[in-house]
Design a protein around this ligand. Structure first.
Ligand code: FMN
Length: 186
């Protein structure tokens, strides 16, 4: 079985972001043979269709990270009942990517009460023809928990939820690869 490469995007630019921490915890909790690479959305310029097709290093880097990935993991906060601006900006840059359609996506919600942003995210990702994998979605109550990455990994309920989510995601990716390999043989 080949190694799986997953691209992780946090929708928060905050230094002590709970969403970024959840993704960092996932790196420790992922099955063997899985590489989780963090994408940089903070360096992206504001989306402007006039700039599409121009050489923009941050956009090129994100697009090439996506192209090299078997799946995408997004953890993104809710602000004023909407999704984070940086994440929407990143997704707008990726709308034109030929690698986005059918890209398997796992979602992490670090605040179960934040349903507006998650619903918006799902709607946008569906519109972009992503392959949402609901069995991998994880909702963990980190908001107000005063916790760090090591604390997340050391808390059985949090670690179990994240571990199960990423395991389900990887299982889905392996099943998909097996089906594609079989199809190639015939
Ligand atoms: C300006 C602002 C608006 C927010 N609005 C909401 C909201 O509408 N719903 C909600 O559940 N949380 C809201 N929050 C809480 C954030 O989603 C929460 O602090 C989250 O942990 C931020 O993500 P981060 O820790 O990854 O930076 C808001 C926070 C800020 C700073």
């Amino acid at each position: 079985m080949k190694r799986l490469k997953l691209l992780a995007l946090s929708g928060s630019l905050r230094q002590h972001s709970l969403n970024t921490m959840a993704l960092a915890a996932l790196v420790m909790l992922a099955p063997d043979g899985v590489d989780i690479v963090f994408g940089d959305i903070a360096s992206l310029p504001l989306f402007n269709p006039d700039l599409e097709g121009h050489w923009l290093p941050a956009v090129e880097k994100l697009s090439s990270s996506l192209q090299q990935s078997d799946g995408l993991i997004i953890a993104s906060p809710e602000y004023a009942h909407g999704m984070s601006g940086p994440m929407k900006n990143a997704l707008d840059w990726l709308v034109g990517s030929i690698d986005f359609p059918a890209m398997p996506v796992m979602l992490i919600n670090t605040s179960p009460r934040a349903s507006h942003a998650q619903d918006a995210l799902k709607e946008i990702l569906t519109t972009m023809s992503a392959d949402l994998i609901p069995t991998s979605f994880v909702s963990v109550p980190l908001l107000g928990a005063n916790i760090d990455v090591e604390g997340i990994v050391a808390t059985p309920q949090l670690a179990a939820a994240l571990k199960q989510g990423v395991a389900n995601f990887c299982q889905h990716l392996e099943n998909k690869a097996a089906i594609e390999n079989n199809a190639l043989r015939f």
